[in-house]
Design a protein around this ligand. Structure first.
Ligand code: EIS
Length: 211
């Protein structure tokens, strides 16, 4: 099968460092899935998620363009901002990664719901939302999610979209192999999230806020 860059490919470096490029590539591979949902309802959500990725990528790309070696890990990048007291700036990688992590937490919970057989994707998404992003949203953004969630396709249609090719979706045992791929994917996604989450907690970079 044609493998997309994935969290499964991420090899943590020393001190649980999350390597920047493999992480961003794995996040970016999630973006086209938004288009296969309902593109209009998910447009603002997709823009925000893609914006976080772009912000962090930009930071890495400019470092390299300036002749520097680039950040070896996400933690390195964030710590350099902390050291320069730039980490609270609204355009910092620290803020972008904090929101990206929250988006990934939602995606993890959503996929867990789907994997455990939730037949109704809207319900899967609402449950996942309640456990994750909802805490950070005020009533306007909660309203946007409530609308988007209703526009989700049927389970079967969504799962077929996750196939590498249309042929794959029609092949014998597709659902079974998709589910086991998804379990593996979730383990690795979860590990990346946990490492980043612990780092933000330890560094006291996780803030209570609502947008
Ligand atoms: C963060 O967004 C940015 O991500 C971050 C930085 O700018 C920071 C500054 O505080 O804010 O507000 C965002 C939040 N992100 C915070 C929410 C976006 C969702 C869309 C909201 C649209 C509002 C439209 C209002 C329209 C009102 C109209 C009124 C007309 C009169 C079922 C599948 C769903 C998948 C979801 C997966 C990921 C979701 C990620 C959401 C993250 C979030 O909550 S920075 O940007 O640092 O990169 O610059």
């Amino acid at each position: 099968s044609v493998m997309q860059p994935s969290f499964v490919d991420i090899r943590l470096i020393e001190d649980d460092g999350v390597p920047v490029q493999p992480f961003l590539d794995a996040c970016r591979a999630l973006v086209p899935i938004f288009d296969k949902l309902n593109s209009t309802a998910f447009a603002p959500v997709k823009l925000d998620f893609a914006g976080n990725i772009r912000k962090i990528q930009q930071k890495q790309t400019s470092a390299i363009a300036a002749g520097l070696p680039g950040y070896v890990s996400l933690q390195d990048m964030v710590l350099s901002e902390v050291k320069a007291r730039q980490h609270t700036n609204s355009n910092s990688a620290t803020v972008a990664l904090r929101w990206l992590k929250r988006g990934l937490e939602f995606i993890r919970e959503f996929l867990r719901e789907v994997c455990s057989g939730g037949p109704d994707l809207s319900e899967c998404a609402s449950n996942a939302y309640g456990r994750t992003l909802k805490n950070y949203h005020g009533w306007v953004v909660r309203g946007v999610f409530a609308v988007a969630v209703k526009a989700l396709p049927y389970r079967e249609e969504f799962l077929n979209h996750l196939a590498a090719t249309e042929q794959d979706a029609k092949s014998e045992g597709f659902l079974q192999s998709l589910m086991s791929d998804m379990e593996l994917y979730l383990q690795h996604l979860n590990r990346a999230i946990q490492v980043i989450d612990r780092f933000y907690t330890t560094q006291q970079l996780d803030v209570e806020e609502q947008v």
